[in-house]
Design a protein around this ligand. Structure first.
Ligand SMILES: Cc1cc2nc3c(=O)[nH]c(=O)nc-3n(C[C@H](O)[C@H](O)[C@H](O)COP(=O)(O)O)c2cc1C
Length: 380
């Protein structure tokens, strides 16, 4: 390990300076009401602010009501939804963290059960609970799988409305005080479903060859970049591969990344999978620690753009060596942060091999430092 611990170096992105390179990945809580956040989200995200991450993501947030994954997903499709987001960004800023929001449309995966009710399309038992289905949107009338609802094939007017709603949501994100907007182009949701030849069988300018399939992603990015402040960074999350021979490939991702860079995207957030089935809970042989790091490394190298890597990164030394080897610029953690919201503080300790409690929030650090002195006294 080199002398310089890269994980805890600042990261400058346009006018934003992150105090370290640990990012809390967006994680749906399925706990919003009519698209409105509640106390759960503030405390859930607040734990990560206290835990020392440099950048904290609010979960996939729908730009249209029909763009929610589940009835419990939040939105920014109306002004009333801004206030609760502002409380989150202001808490983060006060305590030295930056905040990001992932703007999304679920597309043909809209109208799912919350994971703990089955993680499939909405069924009879969900209707009883009040979770009624709606007709999802997609590039083509191709369902996610057998039994899933057939999506409405988007018209050019639908596409224009979608772009307008991404723009309106980005403006609301700015009003809410977010430092970063990420466009969700991964995991089988709407934008990804246009990218992938598996789900996009259109015959118009938005389907067919690669140039046409990436058109929606580029148009949304261009429109969002035009209103998102110049001094603030824009991220784009990709599923770097679909994982099947007839799907989206890593070369397509590199091509897209170059085009996104030319439109002013600052970071490509490299995930994978999800065009059919779940991107996160899959358990194929490919799911080893750091299994998506090679995607971030290749995109970074080939498209000369900053990347964020994510997926089974659980150890401080693992995270540090990804940065030391120039495979990514930012390290995102998801489930490990659920297991231990203070992971960044522990990572700092693991990499420095000495007590760093003075850096923790004083409400806990002051006590922990003294507890450490007591422990040291008895072990010396
Ligand atoms: C509870 C939960 C909710 C998630 N919600 C989102 C989401 O809103 N948007 C997204 O792009 N990925 C989402 N993901 C995927 C994570 O952002 C991350 O990419 C994935 O969990 C892999 O990282 P990990 O191994 O560190 O958990 C979610 C994952 C979990 C566990």
């Amino acid at each position: 390990m080199s002398e310089l611990v890269k994980l805890f170096t600042d990261c400058a992105l346009r006018g934003l300076s992150l105090c370290n390179r640990i990012v809390i990945s967006p994680m749906c809580q399925y706990s919003a009401h009519d698209g409105y956040l509640d106390a759960w989200h503030k405390i859930h995200l607040g734990r990560f602010v206290m835990g020392g991450a440099g950048l904290i993501f609010t979960e996939a947030t729908a730009v249209q009501k029909s763009g929610r994954i589940t009835h419990g997903c939040p939105g920014l499709w109306e002004d009333g939804q801004i206030a609760a987001h502002s409380e989150i960004t202001s808490f983060a800023r006060t305590h030295g963290a930056a905040s990001a929001i992932q703007l999304a449309h679920a597309g043909r995966k809209g109208g799912m059960q919350r994971p703990w009710y089955g993680n499939s399309f909405l069924k009879e038992e969900d209707h009883v609970r009040g979770d009624n289905p709606w007709t999802p949107l997609g590039p083509s009338p191709i369902p996610v799988d057998d039994g899933w609802p057939v999506p409405h094939e988007m018209t050019v007017q639908d596409i224009q409305a979608l772009k307008d709603d991404f723009v309106a949501a980005a403006r609301r994100a700015e009003r809410a005080g977010y430092d970063v907007v990420e466009i969700h182009g991964a995991h089988g949701y709407l934008i990804h479903s246009f990218l992938s030849p598996i789900s996009n069988h259109r015959k118009d300018a938005y389907g067919g060859n690669l140039q046409n399939r990436i058109r929606l992603a580029l148009e949304i990015t261009d429109s969002v970049r035009a209103v998102w402040p110049d001094h603030l960074p824009l991220f784009f999350r990709v599923s770097a591969v679909d994982g099947s021979a007839d799907g989206w490939q890593i070369e397509d991702t590199v091509y897209l990344a170059k085009a996104l860079k030319s439109l002013g995207v600052d970071v490509i957030d490299c995930s994978s999978g999800g065009i059919a089935g779940s991107a996160t809970t899959g358990n194929s042989g490919l799911r080893q620690p750091g299994f998506q790091v090679p995607f971030a490394a290749l995109v970074r190298e080939s498209a000369s753009i900053s990347t964020m890597t994510v997926g089974l990164i659980t150890h401080a030394k693992q995270a540090e060596s990804i940065l030391q080897e120039n495979q990514a610029d930012l390290i995102a953690i998801g489930r490990e942060a659920l297991a231990n919201p203070n992971w960044p503080w522990h990572a700092r300790q693991a990499l420095n091999e000495k007590c760093q409690y003075h850096r923790w929030p004083e409400q806990s650090g002051w006590w922990l430092e003294r507890r450490q002195q007591s422990c040291d006294f008895y072990t010396e």
